[in-house]
Design a binder for this molecule. Structure first.
Ligand SMILES: [Zn+2]
Length: 262
């Protein structure tokens, strides 16, 4: 089952999605020059270690955690026990097994790859996205902040926090590949269609997602076209009563409430 999640072959790195639990994605990032590897949100360590068997020359050297929820951080203690000497990164001491707490803009070196932590609060207050921009390779790991054509619930933060997080992500180059934390793409696109029925990119992507099943990764360019949470200006008329006078943050808050009840 795991093998159908094809790795992305970049110029200098490989990213391998690993299916965990029902619809979670962990990821393995491989630096081709140094043969070092990182695991992102390895909630089921056995699945990650199994996937590492496809890359026998590589050494797993770190865990990157997007946020403290158990379905992302809950595998850390087990993996740390199974593999000695791993570094474990996260955004707060609430993250199981965390050894190094990262702030916005902090960087981690995985061999030749420079990985930048972006503080993206809202879903949780310790949420981090991890961004890599190495030569022509660009990837961002968005956990439960941004999904393909959707986003995580605003559990700990406000619409204003989430707006700030999305503002950081939309600044990333259009060709950045987006590796998200859950396969919710089909239901996200059904909601996107509901709030923006005239959007042809959404209709096309929904047909594609239904055909392909595993939709990771997305691209920033596609998210700007299909993700209603990044399109508050375009969807406002179907979300709030007075779109002319509503702020982007107001629309975002209402949009999330609509999605929670969709
Ligand atoms: Zn979460």
């Amino acid at each position: 089952m795991l093998s159908r999640f094809n790795p992305t072959l970049f110029k200098n790195m490989i990213v391998k999605p690993v299916n965990c639990l029902k619809d979670n994605y962990a990821y393995i990032i491989l630096c081709e020059k140094s043969k070092q590897a990182a695991a992102v949100d390895p909630v089921e360590p056995e699945n990650v270690l199994k996937a590492m068997e496809d890359f026998p020359d590589y050494k797993l050297s770190m865990i990157l955690t997007t946020h403290h929820h158990w379905d992302h951080a809950g595998g850390n203690p087990k993996l740390l026990k199974q593999k000695s000497g791993l570094d474990c990164y996260g955004g707060s001491k609430q993250v199981d097994g965390v050894k190094h707490i990262l702030k916005d803009g902090d960087t981690v070196q995985l061999g030749e790859l420079n990985i930048r932590a972006l503080s993206t609060t809202g879903h949780t207050m310790d949420h981090l996205c991890y961004y890599i921009d190495h030569e022509d390779d660009r990837a961002v790991f968005t956990g439960d902040c941004l999904f393909s054509s959707g986003c995580g619930r605003f559990f700990e933060g406000t619409p204003s926090d989430m707006h700030k997080a999305f503002s950081k992500l939309v600044e990333l180059p259009d060709d950045t590949k987006v590796y998200f934390g859950h396969e919710y793409t089909i239901s996200n696109l059904k909601f996107a269609q509901h709030v923006e029925p005239e959007n042809k990119d959404v209709t096309e992507k929904l047909a594609w997602a239904q055909r392909i099943g595993c939709t990771t990764p997305s691209f920033m360019a596609n998210e700007k076209l299909t993700n209603p949470f990044l399109r508050v200006k375009q969807v406002a008329k179907n979300v709030v009563k007075d779109p002319e006078n509503a702020s982007e943050i107001d629309v975002l808050g209402e949009l999330r409430k609509m999605k929670d009840n969709f």
